[in-house]
Design a protein around this ligand. Structure first.
Ligand code: FMN
Length: 357
């Protein structure tokens, strides 16, 4: 018998072959916003992992929305041409469904490559970052520009353009990055949003920009495909985002036609109450699914496959997201499958002998 985690999941007209998702992973290796050879190797490997959905890394909607100078970007026809070539290359060798995460870094941008100096802002070739309020991310980071109404309109237009370009990529899923301390999260959290206008203050106002962006993207993205958002369940900071807030946001996203949320947490500032431990987002995700009755993906040190099977069987969540596990143990799904039904077609024919199936 096939375990539920290995069974298909259909959302709209897209069928994922199982419930495993490769989490988006920024590679900070693009040139002029475009993928390089590394991306071909990286995504091709991940595409053959046996997962049902492969999320392409956070891709900026404009240059100012990158984290580092080397982030992927989708803002013009040249970016589209290059990313499309990569997507079709991956699709030639794998039946995995492909998603793209789109993002704006806000005040978390203009940073060094993490392997040069982690969590550090650029000293040379820096750019003025944007945020809802002129509040630094850390004491030694620059003060971002407080976005005025024109900036808000401009960034919304950037999300609109990117989502229209994404439609031409022949991918299956689009995801708005509203978590990990990036621009949309900065609007959402009372820690980073101290505005006095209709985009700040109470919860409804703090969600306004997120919802306006979501509405624009909803209009542009085909209804037969999959549309979701990565949200923050909690900030792990006193007086920051709590579950009540993330449930409210999720209900708004559901109302405008989003198909799922991926529940993550933290990332707004570096000093928080967060203590990394296995499955740290699971309880948040379960509560959000129960309250909002929307499809929920969850990840975050969720590396124990038996635990993943259990929470899928219990219908606590719908999809399991892993990032680092696919790097450490790229074939864990195929290995697990070798214990199951030999007729399962997920293992590529060329590798079946290795798994005795
Ligand atoms: C190299 C790397 C790059 C990442 N880039 C992104 C990203 O582009 N977008 C995102 O939402 N999360 C990103 N993350 C977070 C992961 O998607 C994931 O949520 C996190 O690593 C926790 O899951 P894990 O314990 O399975 O690794 C990144 C993580 C890693 C390790």
């Amino acid at each position: 018998m096939t375990e539920k985690i290995f069974s298909k999941l259909k959302i709209n007209e897209v069928t994922f072959k199982n419930k495993f998702v490769v989490s988006p992973m920024c590679q900070y290796s693009s040139k002029d916003g475009n993928p390089i050879n590394w991306h071909y190797k990286h995504l091709e490997n991940l595409a053959n992992s046996g997962a049902g959905l492969l999320m392409i890394e956070a891709t900026a909607v404009e240059k100012k929305g990158k984290i580092t100078h080397s982030d992927m970007c989708l803002e013009n026809s040249n970016n589209l041409k290059n990313l499309k070539k990569l997507v079709s290359h991956v699709q030639k060798n794998s039946d995995i469904k492909i998603g793209l995460q789109i993002s704006h870094s806000g005040r978390k941008g203009s940073t060094e490559l993490p392997w040069i100096k982690p969590n550090s802002t650029l000293k040379k070739k820096s750019w003025k970052t944007l945020s809802p309020s002129p509040i630094k991310r850390e004491y030694d980071w620059p003060t971002p520009k407080e976005m005025n109404l024109i900036d808000i309109k401009t960034v919304k237009r950037k999300f609109s353009i990117t989502s229209k370009l994404a439609k031409k990529l022949n991918i299956d899923c689009l995801e708005l990055h509203m978590a990990h301390g990036y621009l949309l999260h900065q609007f959402f959290s009372p820690i980073s949003n101290k505005r006095n206008d209709k985009y700040g203050g109470n919860l409804k106002n703090r969600c306004r920009f997120l919802i306006e962006v979501a509405e624009v993207v909803r209009k542009n993205w085909p209804k037969n495909k999959v549309l979701g958002a990565r949200i923050t369940g909690v900030d792990w900071i006193k007086k920051g985002i709590n579950l009540k807030h993330s449930i409210y946001l999720t209900k708004q996203l559901k109302k405008i036609g989003f198909d799922y949320v991926c529940v993550s947490s933290g990332g707004l500032i570096s000093k928080t109450d967060f203590k990394p431990k296995p499955n740290f987002n699971y309880a948040l995700a379960k509560k959000i699914k129960k309250s909002c009755k929307i499809k929920v993906r969850v990840g975050g040190m969720l590396d124990d496959i038996n635990f993943a099977k259990k929470i899928i069987n219990n219908n606590d969540v719908d999809l399991i997201s892993n990032a680092r596990k696919y790097i450490y143990e790229p074939n864990f799904i195929l290995k697990e499958l070798s214990k199951l039904n030999p007729k399962n077609k997920i293992v590529p024919n060329q590798y079946r002998r290795c798994y005795k199936i």
